[in-house]
Design a protein. Structure first.
Length: 378
């Protein structure tokens, strides 16, 4: 069957198939196959969704053997769930995590609740089956994604509730990797909620869970998160030591295949060095490190760029360079608004609140920042 959803979304943009292919950086044949209803690669789905700013379901790009009953929104699943079907769900999970890192919170939030109900019901049907544990792993990773999305929307209570579900499933499976990845994502939520001491406990427990098991990438990711929480409470020596251990992880060969879908690399570490410097009050080093990171930062990671820009704005504010501070805050706000990152939007608003209480409150560039924030609210 032809994919009319994708074709309609493309035409609403006024694009030809070739234009969509060019903008999404995929081949024309990929777009043609997708519109014919044929399957395309995961990375191509990610690019097309990001380009059109729609979730996979809205573009008919997820070939599930399930459907949504429009009349009552109940989910029906084929009775003969098999290994191939779980592979489809695992591929969808990878797509959704990739979209979270690139397209942002708003894009992933669409349809996520319905999809999670689908995964949960699939897992329930498999109780007593050899595939049950595998379905639970998918469910745990889904809850971790859902918790991360809720965290970015500053719905912390719901985020903690969902992360707890992910942890309970991981503990039931006695899967150290899932247990640690759930703990670190819970810790990041606590850290963003300005509860760094509680976050540190989560991170240390996560490290202990996978110690000496060969999950090198995940371990580095946890050390990176730990370093920021330590910087927030002024533990400068401990923070830089944790970041050093994170950097060492990039030099080590992973001994175990990892499926935790964390984003950890030298680029994210360079950015973290700047973020930690902001928390520690070393604003000149922070700006230097953030600039170096932004020069190499993947442009598709919009939420990450917005986070770095607001950190840079706060550094310029600390140095009393208000015009450059506001310039970075404006860019951060625009990027954060485009992907629905409420946390970063809130940080820009907090910064604006500080500025209008300062001796520079009558400066035009501060008024301009206020106008941008007001326009977004309208």
């Amino acid at each position: 069957m032809k994919n009319t959803l994708l074709r309609t979304a493309r035409r609403m943009k006024g694009w030809t198939q070739q234009q969509l292919a060019d903008f999404a950086e995929v081949s024309l044949s990929t777009v043609e196959r997708a519109e014919r209803g044929e399957s395309i690669r995961i990375d191509s789905i990610q690019r097309v969704c990001q380009c059109l700013q729609k979730a996979p379901e809205q573009l008919g790009l997820l070939n599930k053997q399930a459907f949504l009953d429009k009349s009552n929104e109940s989910i029906h699943i084929q009775s003969n769930v098999d290994s191939d079907y779980l592979s489809i769900l695992e591929n969808e999970m990878s797509i959704r995590w990739s979209l979270y890192h690139t397209g942002g919170t708003s894009l992933v939030h669409r349809e996520l609740d319905k999809w999670m109900r689908h995964v949960s019901k699939t897992s329930s049907l498999l109780q007593g089956d050899d595939l049950y544990e595998r379905s639970l792993s998918i469910l745990s990773m889904g809850y971790q994604l859902q918790g991360s999305v809720l965290r970015d929307m500053t719905e912390y209570t719901n985020a903690h509730r969902v992360h707890r579900k992910a942890s309970l499933i991981a503990e039931r499976l006695f899967n150290p990797e899932l247990m640690a990845s759930a703990l670190v994502r819970e810790g990041i939520t606590l850290n963003q909620e300005e509860r760094p001491l509680d976050a540190i406990l989560c991170f240390k427990k996560a490290l202990e869970t996978i110690r000496n098991l060969g999950y090198t990438k995940l371990e580095g990711y946890i050390y990176q998160a730990l370093s920021e929480a330590q910087a927030k409470i002024g533990q400068e020596k401990e923070s830089w030591q944790s970041l050093f251990l994170a950097e060492k992880s990039t030099e080590m060969q992973s001994l175990t295949s990892e499926t935790n879908l964390t984003r950890f690399n030298s680029s994210s570490l360079a950015a973290q060095r700047g973020v930690n410097a902001v928390h520690l009050g070393d604003y000149k080093q922070a700006i230097d490190q953030i600039d170096k990171s932004l020069a190499k930062y993947n442009p598709t990671f919009i939420r990450g760029r917005a986070r770095l820009l607001i950190q840079k704005a706060e550094s310029y504010n600390g140095l009393g360079m208000l015009d450059i501070c506001v310039q970075n805050a404006q860019e951060a706000f625009i990027l954060a608004s485009s992907v629905g990152s409420h946390k970063i939007i809130g940080k820009v608003k907090d910064l604006y609140g500080d500025l209008i209480q300062s001796k520079w409150k009558k400066e035009q560039y501060i008024a301009d920042l206020g106008n941008i924030i007001s326009e977004d609210l309208e």
